[in-house]
Design a protein around this ligand. Sequence first.
Ligand code: NAP
Length: 643
Amino acid sequence: MAQDLSLLKQALQEAHLPALMVSLVHMTGNADHLTADKTPVYDFFGDSRVGGLSEEKQAEIVAFAEKVITDYMTSGKKTPYQPSPETLRRMMDYVVGAPIPEHYVPFLKEELAFDGDAKLPEWNTPQLKSAAEKLHVIVVGAGMSGLLSGIRLQQAGISFEIIEKNADVGGTWYENTYPGCRVDNPNHMYSFSFEPNHDWPYHYSTQDVLLGYFRRTANKYDLRKHIRFETQVVEARFDEASSQWHVRVKDKNGREETLTGDAVISAVGQLNQPRKPDIKGEGSFKGPTFHSAQWRHDVDLKGKKVLVIGTGASAFQFVPEIAKDVADLTVFQRTPPWLGPTPDYHDKVGEGKKWLLEYIPFYAKWYRFWLFWMLTDGLYDYVKGDPGYNGPPTAVSAANAELREMIVTAIKPQADGAPDLLDKIIPAYPFGGKRSLRDNGTWVEALKRPNVDLITDPIAEINETGVKTKSGKQYDGDVLIYGTGFQASNFLRTYKVVGRNGVELHDRWHGDARAYLGMTVPGFPNFFMIYGPNTNIVVNGSIIFFSECAVRYIVGSLKLLAETGHTTLEPKEEVHDAFNRKVDEANRWMAWGAPQVTSWYKNATGRVSQNWPFPLVDYWKATLKPNPNDFIFGDKRSQKAAA
Ligand code: NAP
């Protein structure tokens, strides 16, 4: 794509106008055109691309933008204007259509990253360089977070190796190959902040595209030479004598080896271990049976009678795909998912928009910033409970009830012609109780097909020929597919982690995993988790953002050791406990913590063990830099003895 202007007219028709308007500031050198009459006013279901602006205002913006861009690109002068802090603040408020609270400004400035990669680790002094050279870190998992860890460790000059059970990188994007699998976060946000991709084919790209992105990133940073593929971690054990971790691994031939590292970063994800339903008779079905994350591509579904259990995020994507081919599809729903209106869910990114992303200074950053705000902290207040709210249990606050009504109004027309369906697809629990799914009408359309039945009668048993429900009705099928999710609250279930005094992490947890900031646990020096307890996000932010925060903190912790000369750190028990009390109290008041909500966010004790209950900005702030007062530091035994 040349930087010529032939795509400009098309680009302006595809542009996100508020993001375009602020990008123009970098070309004009002032923000005079961000006038009150052209300030976006978003509503949940309007066309956010035009920011609620009238057609007349849109036309004015397009004409103005065409002139500014043409002049800029033909003038030969190509240094984009860097706005003053006041102007930047005005631009931020403009693009989201409302004043952004002051404490967000530094955070959002970093998100904009005008000066490049704001999270780049800097180990520049001779002391740090020499410390980095002596460190070796073992990373478990080469999915998104493991790759990110490798990149940051490499940039810090720290040696590392990554242990990956699969034959390639990509984690969840490698394993989940079910039909229709795609990301449910806009890709211009669901990507590494330092590795933008202006060429995403879809706003929400498909699994193969995501896998391609992570493969390319691994190649670009030359990470493969650090990865042991098809190798499982069996155990990580802290050796008190050397203050190091011994990590026992097993390759695909069963050969075991013990690796030694100064720190371990566990990047195994929360959604990696498929969960089969705990239903009587599970395992007795005679036909092919498989889980969505272990899709059997060798089982031809064409013309078959297929039974699906589950209507969560995965089934929501594969049901509409397989419905086209199968003879008969019976979907068993225990709880309906919330449908979040997303008209562009399956849309391609236009060539004009790609051109803007590539060539218009800072357009990509402003667009990402807008997505970030609108889809995450901008929604937070709608899913936060109000202790004084005394409405029905279908909501947790007046704002939550209002949002519910708006969404129900948007869903209703989809059930036209199928009145029975409406009652089945409108959840009785509050919006935000579970992650809402991206709805462009495809799901309900599939459920309305003559060959598809949505069964809400609870399942009594699975038997040799199919599924029997509580009312005694038998549904026979040729193939049984589980869309029943993952063993999420069973953190790190695939390997043992033995800390100080021989304590095993799972024994400490007793089925109720907790950590400080989701990353560290008392008694487990230099053991870090990414996407650990209480770091999942529900109002649809990008988990990549969380991983970037976590990795900065982890590499920052290693830097703290290098600066202070200590060998290990672990959080103080009281710091860990106080943090968890705060988290629990906050989760209690979120839609997903409400007692009427059951989900994989709660563990067997009923505690919300998965989710971060605060605005994302709070995680950013908490993970900017480790606070030395939070830790107990350890030194090598030999050093202590010598001292
Ligand atoms: P899920 O959202 O946990 O859905 C599991 C489904 O199975 C739910 O409908 C659940 O019903 C049902 N179920 C579980 N056990 C059952 C039983 N014993 N009897 C009847 N029904 C049962 O799992 P998932 O769809 O695999 O998604 C998990 C998470 O992965 C998502 O929340 C999301 O974070 C992530 N994900 C993301 C994407 C994406 O980005 N595109 C795609 C897929 C998944 P209840 O609701 O009643 O428990």
